[in-house]
Design a protein around this ligand. Structure first.
Ligand code: GDP
Length: 365
């Protein structure tokens, strides 16, 4: 097929994935006119940033170039998958430029949790990954919580430097930047510019902001997240819309929980234990006996146990063993879906999509 490129950013035009560079809906492909990708179109017409994700090699290539400048890096992470969205390599690649970390999606956590306690946990997790940010913030980009305060602080820390917004896909980078654009819409008309990154077809979006540029970078594809493999319908069914109301199951050994058909947690051995699930209100959790779990799965996957739905690509589950004998509460993180807290001397087996890896940590809450 003939190669068609976007006349805005030069990306190869494609209709397969809305978050990849060069996306145009297939209905628009037959037009005789010059083609502009969806991202350039929205940027030009609405001053709106749309999310863009790229592969690891391209990503680290682009981020590496930031290391040549003295800038402030603002890294956005997802409070629901902290470790999975930290991308610790960014520090070295950017020559240890000053960094702040913003943990986003605060609105989804139960309001009863004190922000000071969250800060404490976050701080520990981030430092355990050998990162030394100047500051750590909590935010809800969607609900506009803490954004003004964070921007004030960031401006002070940046001094005269430009500010790069970095992060994995789906952490809320575009939502954050669009919220900034809306707040300052009057003064920003027609001023967004696009600057090319040498050696790639990708462009960074530069937004003048006071004396600085705020620069949007593409997101690193997060293929450890179970959500990465879902259809639009599936994604909708696992994305929480509001504050999560945790659901607790009192389990005996040899019982199993299914989270739709995406995750299965077998409580193999240990005294009776409470498992508190912090996942979307839309994701159905089914309890069954371990001995019936295989049969339930093969009879009901795609229907009672969904997503994935019957017409989605089937997923292969693989098992991960966990032993915990901590007196402190622990979380099993189900990347992209949420987490499950428990305490005590237990053996559990977590089945997740092949290629996604759940992990154990000290409880966030
Ligand atoms: P990007 O890939 O990092 O640019 O992420 P997006 O801005 O596209 O956001 C990814 C998803 O997370 C979208 O469904 C957003 O609506 C959602 N999202 C972003 N910020 C928040 C937030 O603060 N709270 C909640 N609940 N959802 C958010």
């Amino acid at each position: 097929m003939e190669e068609i490129r976007c006349i805005g950013c030069g990306s190869l035009i494609q209709s397969d994935n809305i978050k990849d560079p060069g996306y145009v809906p297939s209905s628009k492909l037959n037009s005789e006119e010059d083609i502009v990708c969806r991202r350039c179109f929205r940027l030009k017409n609405y001053n709106e940033i749309t999310p863009l994700s790229i592969t690891k090699d391209d990503y680290f290539n682009i981020i590496g170039k930031i290391g040549n400048e003295d800038s402030l890096i603002v890294k956005i992470i997802d409070i629901f998958d902290i470790e999975g969205t930290l991308i610790p390599q960014i520090s070295k690649l950017t020559n240890h430029n000053d960094m702040v970390v913003i943990a986003n999606k605060l609105d989804l956590l139960p309001k009863s949790i004190k922000e000071s306690k969250l800060h404490h946990h976050l701080n520990k997790m981030i430092r355990d990954n050998n990162l030394k940010p100047l500051k750590i913030f909590l935010m809800s980009a969607k609900k506009n919580k803490n954004i003004d305060m964070i921007m004030d602080e960031i401006m002070k820390l940046a001094g005269k430097r430009d500010i790069y917004i970095v992060g994995a896909t789906n952490v809320g980078k575009s939502t954050f930047i669009n919220s900034l654009l809306k707040s300052y819409a009057g003064s920003l008309e027609d001023v967004i510019t696009v600057s090319s990154v040498a050696g790639t077809t990708l462009d960074l979006i530069k937004i003048p902001f006071g004396d600085h540029f705020i620069i949007d970078t593409p997101g690193l594809i997060n293929d450890n997240q179970i959500t990465h493999y879902l259809s639009q319908k599936g994604l909708k069914a696992v994305t929480p819309k509001k504050e999560i109301k945790p659901v607790t199951f009192q389990l005996k050994a040899e019982q199993t929980l299914f989270f739709g058909g995406l995750v299965r947690i077998d409580f193999v051995s240990g005294a009776d234990t409470s498992f508190t699930c912090y996942t979307s209100e839309f994701l159905k959790i089914h309890r069954t006996k371990l001995e019936n779990a295989d049969e339930l799965y093969s009879n009901h996957i795609g229907k009672l146990l969904a997503p994935p739905y019957a017409d989605d690509t089937p997923i292969e589950l693989v098992s991960h063993n966990f032993f915990s004998n901590s007196n402190n509460k622990q979380d099993i993180v189900l990347p992209g879906l949420g987490f499950v807290s428990f305490k005590g001397n237990v053996k559990i087996v977590v089945h997740t999509k092949k290629g996604t890896i759940p992990y154990l940590r000290d409880a966030l809450i």
